[in-house]
Design a protein around this ligand. Sequence first.
Ligand SMILES: [Zn+2]
Length: 198
Amino acid sequence: MAKQRVWSATRGQLVLLLALAVLAAPVEYLANEGAHYLAARGFGLPASLHFEQVDLPGIERLSDVQRLMIVAAGPAVDWIVGLIGVVFVVVRFTPMRLVLAIWVARPVQFLSWLLGINVPYFGLGGSLRGTDEVTMAELLQLPPHAVIWLELVATLPLLAVIVWAVPAGCRLAVLSVMSIGVLAGWAGWLALGGLLLP
Ligand SMILES: [Zn+2]
């Protein structure tokens, strides 16, 4: 029987993981906003993509179902990519699969606000109004944080699965490098995203 090559945390692999993790937040952000943009274009709106928001002129002409589809398109992309990533990283661990799997961590960004911790320097905190999840809850006539809680309930066991999928001997190193990379990428995106996408 062919022996399966086991992943190990060599310096090269950790550098690769760091590079992929730095890209994770900007790529996820663009995919999320791009999905809103494409859904809106699909409904014939002359949408335009900016760093802070997607402009949706004429959205008031659309039905609630169409608006819901535009808003839900963003988180849907996060969940689809993340769930595929989780399946792949469980089958076999690689840094690429790990950074795709963590797209399921999207609702974790709301946790600090729900716990009452305000960390505005990470672009978190403040009000959750205007987030995709709160807008979806409004359109579905649910309590404002219903969709966020639903996502968190789904996310927490998946994060446990992701941690378990990291080879046991190098879990601390992998999760530290990944977290540092993701936070650095997000900070960099907050600083530079406005220049790239005015
Ligand atoms: Zn969005």
